[in-house]
Design a protein around this ligand. Sequence first.
Ligand code: AMP
Length: 284
Amino acid sequence: MYKKMNSINDLHALAQLTNGFRKSNKTIGLVPTMGALHEGHLSLVDQALQETDETIVTIFVNPSQFAAGEDLDQYPRTLEADLEKLAEVGAQHVFVPTADLVYPPGFSTSITPPQVAARLEGEFRPTHFSGVATVVLKLFNMTRADVAFFGQKDYQQVCVLRAMTADLNVNVQMRVCPIVREADGLALSSRNRYLDADQRKTALVLYQTLQHTRDLITGGLNDGFEIVTEMRQMLIDGGVDNIDYAVVANPQTLETADFIDGPVVALVAAHVGKTRLIDNLMIQ
Ligand code: AMP
């Protein structure tokens, strides 16, 4: 039997709960997710359980971060399985709001995301980070989180949220947890379930490209253009259908690096079939 988990879906119950935590000086850890949980999400929950007194996991497929034509309607929704997984790892509280609760009639405020949102993902999904920043700020406020846990898998999202919390004096500490991968290197993603067997094999080329990029740079290649040319070629040879971006960039600003003389992050976004995959690797 799993330990009992507290499932919350209204704001009053959530406020009562968090007021209690505050009064008893308990720290609140927040793990925001869109559900379809896998070991990557659960690693964030583990970290939250270790670092904070009370862990609140949220499951909300946030409509405002999907543009028209993206996969909002198809996005996997597996609530029962998610709740079982969370109970199994010992999550104490799960908040599952409806879209109406998060965006009630008349809702009209949104965050203009910081500058770091404009490049990379921002070029291909121009409204995405406004939706992310708005919902994350709302979740911070709703849960009264002290510490929030995010995955490095969404590297630019972390940059955006760090800048937002600094710019707006948001009193929530951010923790970034490493990317959890399958044994063969594929970064876990809720969207991997869209891939058929052949596409699943093709998808491996994203991480292989990142590893190759690291080898090139640690081997002494420092011309950004040459590196990116190789990255793109490797992705194409590996059979991806479309590359949105393949870059080496400054780890803080995400400006692309023309000449590499310090730590960089390599980031890729590419389509395999209809599925858009992202991955990244820090290179010291
Ligand atoms: P999502 O449900 O896709 O919005 O992801 C919720 C959180 O889980 C985000 O902070 C993601 O960065 C994180 N996450 C997703 N995939 C992974 C992974 N493979 N490893 C670590 N964290 C992940």
